[in-house]
Design a protein around this ligand. Structure first.
Ligand code: HEC
Ligand SMILES: [Cu+2]
Length: 311
């Protein structure tokens, strides 16, 4: 029962919530059925021979026709699996669907750069670590990597696909169930690989469009102490659209506080966690490419307040 309880949840291929995940789930069930059936036949055959041995008192010879029977069962089983896997593969890569929205997702050690097209201007806009998908539409993700090989895997929505430096692999996602799901980098990519999670939100088309319009909006450029500290200490690596900050080493922070979590699922988005992350990222995600920047107490407070205002 405990093992079965693991089949549900926000990161499970056994609780599919999209066309591609359903195709893979069906393939899984087919494989279980074929292999389970063959396993049962093997056990029956074994039981039968044991009984024969016991009653005859010596090793019984296997009749030729049961050998033929086994060969036929195996050929049929494998053929069913080949056809099933071909059909599932077609469904996952039922590509060239017209009008699919394109999103770029790039793996970094250890976070996700995500780019959508601004619906108003058609220009790419950036966000990070949180992928939003419209329900019942096909979104095409173009997967890439900025450093080592990563792998994109949101099991409830689709199977996984590698993210390879210098290449864009393309995966279609057609979610059929609203809610939050969890993705995870599925190719070992260094010490913080386990802390490279992806929040995925599937929402109605209207909610998605409202979200995207919000994301496309630049941030205000306040004359606050927090903003000044940011410009000094953080802008080399981080961009905040609408301000002078345009670093591209780390995630775009324009709408940081609208996200569910911090640093690729490492911490939930709260004021305390933000402040903790800003002052000691190396303690929370050892080895992360974000250095600990020495800040005075009041500067750290002001900076956290500024970060929290980036809705
Ligand atoms: C040397 C480049 C660099 C500097 C300087 C830097 N960061 Fe970062 N920052 C990163 C990288 C890289 C990440 C992604 C780390 C990860 O998730 O492993 C990151 C992540 C973050 C995140 C989490 C973003 C998200 O989407 O979850 C926040 C918030 C953040 N940095 C704020 C700051 C602030 C505030 C400063 C200034 C005190 C700062 N950073 C300085 C490189 C930098
Ligand atoms: Cu990775």
């Amino acid at each position: 029962m405990l093992l079965l309880a693991g089949c549900q949840g926000v990161q499970s291929p056994l609780a599919p919530g999209g066309d591609q995940a359903t195709a893979l789930h069906n393939l899984f069930l087919l494989m279980m059925a074929v292999c389970g059936g063959i396993y049962a036949l093997v056990l029956v055959g074994l039981g039968w021979s044991l009984r024969r041995v016991r009653s005859a008192g010596q090793a019984a010879e296997v009749p030729e026709r049961s050998l033929w029977g086994a060969a036929i069962v195996i050929v049929i089983g494998l053929t069913v699996l080949i056809v099933g896997s071909f059909v599932a593969d077609r469904a996952v890569f039922a590509s060239r669907r017209q009008g699919a929205m394109m999103v770029r997702v790039t793996g970094h050690q250890w976070w996700w750069r995500i780019e959508y097209r601004d619906p108003a201007t058609g220009r790419w806009i950036e966000t990070a670590n949180e992928l939003h998908l419209p329900l019942d539409r096909t979104t095409r993700v173009a997967l890439g990597s900025a450093d080592v090989i990563h792998s994109f895997w949101v099991p409830n929505v689709a199977g996984k696909l590698d993210m390879i430096p210098g290449r864009r692999n393309v995966l279609d996602l057609t979610p059929r169930r609203v809610g939050w799901f969890r993705g995870q980098c599925a190719e070992f990519c260094g010490t913080q690989h386990a802390h490279m999670a992806l929040d995925v939100k599937v929402e109605s088309v209207a909610a998605f469009e409202a979200w995207l319009t919000e994301q496309a909006r630049p941030a205000p450029s306040p004359a606050s102490r927090g903003a000044a500290v940011f410009a000094n200490a953080c802008a080399v690596c981080h961009a905040i659209r609408g301000t002078g900050a345009s670093g591209r080493v780390g995630p775009d922070l324009t709408h940081l506080a609208s996200r569910k979590s911090i640093a690729a699922g490492t911490l939930t988005m709260t004021r305390g966690n933000l402040q903790g992350w800003i002052t000691q990222p190396q303690a929370l995600k050892p080895g992360t490419s974000m250095p600990a920047v020495p800040l005075s107490g009041p500067d750290a407070d002001a900076l956290a307040a500024y970060m929290e205002s980036l809705k």
